[in-house]
Design a protein around this ligand. Structure first.
Ligand SMILES: C[S@@+](CC[C@H](N)C(=O)[O-])C[C@H]1O[C@@H](n2cnc3c(N)ncnc32)[C@H](O)[C@@H]1O
Length: 339
């Protein structure tokens, strides 16, 4: 391997030293594109399996085998899988998806599943199963935050995927986490993550359906949650709805705000690179107008393994919003009675 590449890999490896030695976390990013000197490559570690994301706008190109081999050796990985990232995933059919996410590794032995750890929580990773292997690593700090505020709360986890937020909430002592996703298969994967963490999956807490449809149903029934998580894909098309973050986020936030308890949290996230933090804030602020909600804080991808390239901005935008508490009851003052 050319010396400059070896130097870049070395620097990237040392930057993450605290993660390499963390006993409770075995899932994190090893290479983060331009910030680590590899503009078209990201590599994630899930225990002893590596997943390399090649940013080729959906073209099948030659992966950087020398760098991947060196990284696998250093990490003691059993296998390396590759995903060729498309510009937009929701329009792909099954055959295209399979071509972009080959089920067999490009290096090492096939691994059907590996259990990865994040802050002591266990998640099943399926490295050869589609474009996303089971856990979005850039949400690590968001899951930790949710865990820290969940005690005794009811949580609605929309666009739940493999229920990472549901697991984090229950680990933090949530009274209930309801996971909602369009894919039953993905929710079953989430239920498996529950069992890996000693949590009992309750059938009614894994709802397969369209988020827009269900938010309206909850609103009609007057059902509310203390914490609502909204982390939609940038684009989504289901039988019932068609969504783009850029166009429809304000409406989605307004719907979700109706099912968030007064005084509760509404969490709005997007990983869309093209949408600036300012533009995303504007959409969320618009959605919150009807409930007098306010954005309290923004979270981004973790700095240690998702460094941001010089001149760029964090791509992950997660806004923690608080809905106005119930108005204090006014006690009507009686005028003193005349004697
Ligand atoms: C970006 S992932 C969400 C990641 C998740 N919040 C996490 O941190 O693990 C998007 C998920 O939304 C689901 N989805 C997309 N459109 C949907 C819709 N209209 N209603 C329900 N789920 C939807 C997909 O099946 C997918 O699991």
């Amino acid at each position: 391997m050319p010396a400059p590449l070896a130097g870049l890999l070395d620097t990237a490896w040392h930057r993450r030293a605290a993660l390499h030695s963390a006993l409770h976390t075995t899932a994190y990013r090893l290479i983060n594109r331009a910030a680590d000197g590899f503009p078209d490559l990201a590599v994630d570690r899930y225990g002893d399996a590596l997943v390399a994301h090649v940013y080729s706008e959906g073209a099948i190109v030659a992966p950087p085998m020398g760098s991947l081999r060196a990284l696998a050796e250093r990490a003691g990985a059993r296998s390396v899988y590759v995903k060729y990232r498309p510009a937009q995933a929701n329009t792909l059919d099954d055959a295209a998806r399979r071509a972009l996410a080959p089920p067999a590794p490009i290096l090492g032995q096939p691994v059907e599943a590996v259990t990865a750890l994040e802050n002591g929580l266990r998640f099943e990773i399926r490295p050869g199963d589609g474009l996303n292997p089971g856990l979005f690593l850039d949400m690590r700090e968001a899951r930790a935050w949710l865990r820290s505020v969940s005690a005794g709360k009811t949580v609605l986890n929309t666009f739940a995927y493999t229920c990472g937020f549901g697991v984090a909430a229950l680990a933090g002592g949530a009274a209930r986490a309801l996971n909602l996703d369009i894919s039953r298969r993905i929710l079953d994967w989430g239920a498996h993550n529950y069992t890996l963490n000693g949590l009992q999956p309750v059938k009614t807490d894994f709802v397969a359906g369209d988020v827009f449809d269900w938010l309206r149903r909850f609103a009609r029934r007057g059902q509310r949650f203390d914490i609502v998580i909204l982390d939609p894909p940038s684009f989504s098309t289901t039988r019932q709805s068609r969504f783009s973050v850029e166009r429809d986020m304000a409406g989605l936030v307004a719907l979700a705000a109706q099912v968030t308890q007064p005084g509760g949290w509404l969490i709005a996230a997007t990983n869309q690179h093209q949408l600036t933090l300012r533009a995303f804030r504007a959409r969320v602020t618009e959605g919150l107008a009807g409930v007098q909600g306010r954005i309290v804080r923004a979270l981004h991808e973790p700095e240690i393994d998702f460094p941001v390239a010089a001149g760029a901005q964090p791509y992950l935008k997660m806004l923690l919003c608080q809905i106005a508490p119930p108005a204090p009851r006014t006690t009507s003052r009686r005028s003193p009675q005349r004697g």
